[in-house]
Ligand binder design. Sequence first.
Ligand SMILES: C[C@H](OP(=O)(O)O)C(=O)O
Ligand SMILES: [Mg+2]
Length: 309
Amino acid sequence: MTAQKGAPVKVTSKEIAQEFLDRYDTFLFDCDGVLWLGSHALPYTQEILNLLKRLGKQLIFVTNNSTKSRLAYTKKFASFGIDVKEEQIFTSGYASAVYVRDFLKLQPGKDKVWVFGESGIGEELKLMGYESLGGTDTRLDAPFNAAESPFLVNGLDNDVSCVVAGLDTKVNYHRFAVTLQYLQKESVHFVGTNVDSTFPQKSYTLPGAGSMIESLAFSSNRRPSYCGKPNQNMLNSIISTFNLDRSKCCMVGDRLNTDMKFGVEGGLGGTLLVLSGIETEERALEISPDYPRPKFYIDKLGDIYTLTQ
Ligand SMILES: C[C@H](OP(=O)(O)O)C(=O)O
Ligand SMILES: [Mg+2]
């Protein structure tokens, strides 16, 4: 891993903030912990994004949160008064559906996908022509009983060729039990949306997708192919889609082992760690073999707006 040369620089003055803005043409933004915490927008999120638009910067949003589709995320942005097009948004659910289509090359109309997760996964798969089972099916909310589960009493669906697992805030033993049956079939691929151990909210840090996917990995004794950050397939497709100059791009995120690793391993011109989500200043400054240090860091993204006005 290419370590970020030199100690991270904290953005605390107008001069540093302006120099930071002038360096890059494109900003790739993580969402949870950077722009918002759950349903609460972080301070000056709308203002800083509008400032960047006025400066002619390109904005791309890259979230490991697979619970919503790209289209659903445009509605979340709109609820905060921010106009974002679907094409600007990349989720780990979308990256997983691309992996199913382009890497596993499953056949729509023939190969089905069992989903452990929320609507964002099934909706992206559906847009690519795949039928998915499980996911938000409310029959999974019932307490698990092997003799009564509609997913087991008639046997597993033999057309299921892949499991895609992500964050599921309605997680229960029924979902784990049926998903494990599919994972016990060697012919069924195991795809994980993202490795995040936790999920930042306004007042709490909650279990993240990785904590659920790793539970499935442990019980099935199988390793998932993770598709979200820091997987470089997602960054490579973003770079080629928008024909970007990596040296003029900056990744902005709140997590060292996903967002900062994604940017540094992707050879981007810079990284900005925000301390409004998962990480602390101590962790931003420590040298670790597991993740790179950011080039810049800041208490919260909106400080760039307040420092430069
Ligand atoms: C935390 C992560 O989302 P992100 O921070 O990548 O938007 C997730 O929701 O699992
Ligand atoms: Mg985040």
